[in-house]
Write a protein that binds this ligand. Structure first.
Ligand SMILES: [Zn+2]
Length: 462
């Protein structure tokens, strides 16, 4: 709260509700002051003017929309009671009890085939390790709501992928109203590398669970996404890892790119990929170092305040619903990822059924004759991500195989004139950009990007 770099400097204001006006509302900006105070050793102080207009009202103020332990338990109970339609594809279990004996639950959503030819893919979602970051719970609830629904996306994902979701990893901290720490004062997202059953019972339970999945012959652990909220930056974005292996790094940035295509609030400038030693105890760093080397672990961040639409400086404050939409976008990105990587087949008929977006045409433009244009099929570019997966399985082959389907490319700059389904063989382009992955800070990364662009090379798309 006392930091100079804070969303209160970006016109964030506290929210308020009262007994007869139960909907959270933002206090107008003109009544809120965030200033450096000599009386507080030069720290920043938040003050605001508020008129308590009714004597018998109870007023509540908050930094962002609260999401309590009780609310989480109530939601999980309702989910459990309505899970019949999922026909065994939903399970709520006790992962661990906290130090004060509160529940840390784990949900399993997705079907487990009895004799699978291939390993079943597993996605792990962790939320609310930092108690004050309540938007994390809304994002988590949003993605659960989509996953347990009867939507086609949910049906497809449940048939092909198993989701392990831990909605509240720090129940004691949430119950006690801590901002960042657990009951014993630990920042749990800096304690994964030294977790003990006595001091961090929920962490050791997660490590045990994920290690068992990782060693299992039936499962392949693909993703761990740890959901947080940000007090200094706008929008949604990810923190990821850097790898010496260029192909591993390219695979690592695929999922954020897919998410970026789906989310209006995504802020690529806020993303950071590093191997900073101060973050060694975070879930992102710990699991990528201790589990299989195909796993992708991310810290997913969403702003405590709002986001800017692309090309605009207007800040749109998040609501409970727009936080949930972030969760739904995550799920859609997982579907795209598994379709792109061939885990979930794309049915051509399903794609052809998709309606084209309607374009508004004015009466005058309807009479205008369209200029004759020649459409040529775009060449396949090495950036098309299939190469990073195909190159693994066909490592000994000198060529790479691309499967083209009528589905449009996920990268919008590759347009084609609806080629028929076919398999063609092309040689990879000879030039790959050289990227120095030893750079660890965002500033270094941006400098390197600028330098590379100046040299006429493309470093990366984001
Ligand atoms: Zn956090």
């Amino acid at each position: 709260m006392s930091k100079g770099r804070n969303l209160f400097n970006a016109s964030m204001t506290p929210i308020v509700k009262s007994s007869t006006r139960p909907k959270w509302q933002r206090i107008p900006k003109r009544n809120v002051f965030y200033h450096k105070s000599p009386m507080h050793r030069g720290h920043f102080v938040l003050s605001f003017a508020f008129n308590f207009d009714r004597e018998d009202e109870v007023y509540q103020f908050a930094l962002t929309f609260p999401y309590s332990y009780t609310r989480c338990q109530g939601y999980l109970k309702v989910l459990e009671s309505r899970a019949e339609h999922l026909e065994g594809n939903f399970c709520r279990e006790l992962l661990a009890n906290s130090i004060q004996k509160r529940r840390a639950d784990v949900l399993t959503i997705g079907s487990v085939p009895k004799r699978a030819a291939e390993k079943r893919r597993v996605v792990v979602i962790i939320a609310r390790v930092h108690p004050g970051e309540s938007p994390s719970s809304f994002v988590c609830q949003g993605l659960i709501e989509l996953l347990v629904s009867s939507h086609a996306i949910a049906n497809t994902l449940r048939d092909n992928v198993v989701f392990k979701i831990i909605p509240m990893l720090n129940p004691d901290g949430v119950f006690l109203g801590n901002y960042r720490s657990s009951l014993m004062g630990f920042d749990l997202n800096r304690s994964w590398h030294r977790a003990s059953p006595f001091a961090h019972p929920t962490l050791t339970a997660v490590i045990e669970l994920l290690t068992a999945i990782d060693k299992s012959k039936d499962y392949q652990l693909d993703f761990i996404v740890d959901i947080h909220a940000q007090s200094t930056l706008l929008g949604s974005f990810v923190y990821g890892n850097t790898y010496d292996d260029v192909y591993r790094y390219e695979r690592h940035i695929v999922f954020p790119k897919l998410f970026a295509n789906l989310a209006d609030d995504y802020q690529p400038n806020n993303c950071m990929y590093n191997s900073d030693s101060s973050k060694i105890g975070s879930a992102r760093r710990f699991f990528c170092a201790n589990l299989n080397d195909k796993i992708n672990t991310y810290t997913f961040e969403v702003s405590l305040f709002g986001y800017k639409l692309k090309g605009s400086d207007t800040i749109i404050p998040y609501t409970e619903d727009s936080y949930k939409r972030c969760g739904r976008n995550l799920i859609k990105a997982f579907l795209e990822y598994y379709q792109v990587t061939g885990v979930i087949p794309i049915s051509p008929t399903q794609e052809l059924k998709k309606k084209r977006p309607r374009r508004h045409r004015s009466p005058s433009s309807s009479n205008r004759t369209r200029p004759n244009t020649t459409r040529i099929q775009a060449p396949i570019h090495y950036k098309d991500i299939n190469i990073y997966y195909e190159s693994e399985s066909d490592a000994d082959e000198p060529t790479f195989r691309y499967k083209l389907s009528p589905r449009k490319s996920i990268f919008r700059d590759h347009r084609s004139s609806s080629p028929p389904p076919q398999t063609i063989v092309v040689l990879p382009e000879p030039s790959l950009s050289i990227i120095d992955f030893n750079i660890i800070t965002k500033a270094d990364f941006e400098n390197a990007t600028r330098k590379s662009q100046k040299d006429g090379k493309v470093l990366n798309e984001t």
